[in-house]
Design a binder for this molecule. Sequence first.
Ligand SMILES: Cc1ncc(COP(=O)(O)O)c(C=O)c1O
Length: 388
Amino acid sequence: MGRPLYLDYHATTPVDPRVLERMLPYFVERFGNPSSRNHAFGWEAAEAVEQARAQVARLIGAHHREVIFTSGATESNNLAIKGVARSLASQGRHLVTVVTEHPSVLDSCRALEHEGWRVTWLGVRGDGLVDLDVFEASLASDTVLVSVMAANNEIGVLQPLARVVELAHARGVLVHTDASQAVGKVPFDVHDLGVDLASFTAHKMYGPKGVGALFVTRKPRAVEVSPILHGGGQERGMRPGTLSVPGIVGLGVGAEIAGQVLAEEAARLGRLRDRLLDGLQSSLAGVTVNGSMAHRLPQNLNVSFADIEGEALGPALGDLAVSSGSACATGHFTPSHVLTAIGLDADLARSSLRFGVGRWTTDEDIDEAVARVTDVIRGLRRLRAEVL
Ligand SMILES: Cc1ncc(COP(=O)(O)O)c(C=O)c1O
């Protein structure tokens, strides 16, 4: 055990102190409800919300009226997929998505499948990317929506979204993307890409948890999203409920800072990520990278270690905070659906680690992580050799 070392920035990020500072007045002093139209408390809160909307819109190249605030990317994904499917049900009941998506996309599609929609679940190539020919062939005359993530949360691979959009739009099909792991980390411009809907969340870009947004395009024509919650008419009727003003302010400031530092930060973090990979591969044999290195978030590394018992890996890492490639559900270690989809066998999937570097990661952190992981892997290999 050493000092706690956080290299799990894909799971969540700490709130940037500059973000917190701008949020604080909206808890106690400026606590108004932005829907209160009759007094200054409400006006002040509404002004803060609209400023945040403009900050978020600027980061993704959208118009401010195209940004709908939600409770996070899970809700944005649910709203986009169920909301569009329901509003277009009379035009067709077929959706296309990818097996490596986040559970909030997969389960939203599954819920629609239970209600009678047809869903095509696309596999991916060994590098984690969608095969565009297979994608094109999946589009049918009754397809109304495709949902393909921008960046994968486990292996960090960047899907060829611009091409996905071109192929889908040529058939008149709308495109939603879960951009939770891309926005704020790599350039992401909704109009350059041409996506119709995009989900993202504050807590992956140094903002608070429990707040996110859905981009819903108004051009060339406004996309209709049926609400999944019903109530007051907030967010143009698409997402009723009193807005979390401090959270939204935090999302806005997080987006503003991300826009300012993105290029420099991505370059620095890419260098740290490469240092981590070099360190691991030069001190250990049998370290393989999962997913494309060429089409990948600079902040992400996902590697498998040969010849270890994967179940023992997570607990052995102690105070090194990273994610492992299996989730323990009811006593069984289920290998990650993403690693399985790129062709890893259960053993290699279980013996994988996801590292995410972020704003406060230093060279020293990387060197220390390499040393700790090397020790742990060597120990597990020795143990295994003794048992065999
Ligand atoms: C790709 C992706 N989509 C969706 C989510 C869910 O986001 P939230 O925690 O804001 O609901 C996450 C975060 O875990 C994610 O990584």
